[in-house]
Design a protein around this ligand. Structure first.
Ligand SMILES: [Zn+2]
Length: 179
């Protein structure tokens, strides 16, 4: 493969066509020899938003990740989702109690319809807290545990930029792919 088809910059970002990438059979997180892989997702900015409306401007790349690191990443995501769920539930329940309290306490001084607005606000906060909390928690856990960043995907040229936590790993991928 030609050298210009893969590049690596000073910040450690590798850029190459996805199909040409070759990874060493070592874990990209701890370098241990492994046959296990993990799918890493990425694309362009807000790719996950586009995914919601069916536009697939993202890629999933299987990259060697040992059993232990796979497990650790999964665990961190689960923990983030749970923490998010808990915080979301607390915010949701507090909003609900607050909304209902306003409605009940101010019922006499507010016009009929206005009192119900409190209940609507309370109910909305409750639902948003329960849905938003775990989602935010999941993405937060994902962002905290970045082993592999995938970026600047070009659907036309199928080129993608990848950065690893371990800079040495990026060099190994570069050497292997270049050959
Ligand atoms: Zn590992």
């Amino acid at each position: 493969m030609k050298e210009e088809e893969i590049s690596i910059n000073e910040a450690g970002w590798l850029r190459a066509k996805i199909t040409l990438l070759e990874f060493p059979k070592n874990c990209c997180k701890c370098s241990q020899a492994t046959e296990f892989t993990r799918e890493y997702y990425g694309g362009m900015k807000f790719w996950w938003l586009f995914r919601l409306i069916g536009i697939e401007w993202y890629v999933e790349i299987p990259i060697p990740t040992c059993e232990n690191c796979n497990h650790a990443i999964k665990k961190a995501k689960k923990k983030g989702t749970l923490i998010g769920l808990l915080i979301g539930a607390i915010i949701g329940i507090a909003g609900f109690i607050g909304g209902v309290a306003i409605s009940v306490l101010q019922r006499n001084s507010l016009p009929d319809g206005a009192a119900d607005i409190g209940i609507i606000i309370g109910g909305t906060t409750f639902v948003l807290g329960l849905i938003g909390g775990p989602l935010i928690g999941y993405f937060w856990a994902e962002a905290r545990n970045v082993t592999v960043k995938i970026n600047k995907y070009s659907p036309l040229s199928k080129a993608v930029s990848i950065k690893f936590d371990d800079a040495e790993y990026a060099k190994k991928v570069f050497e292997r792919t270049k050959q």
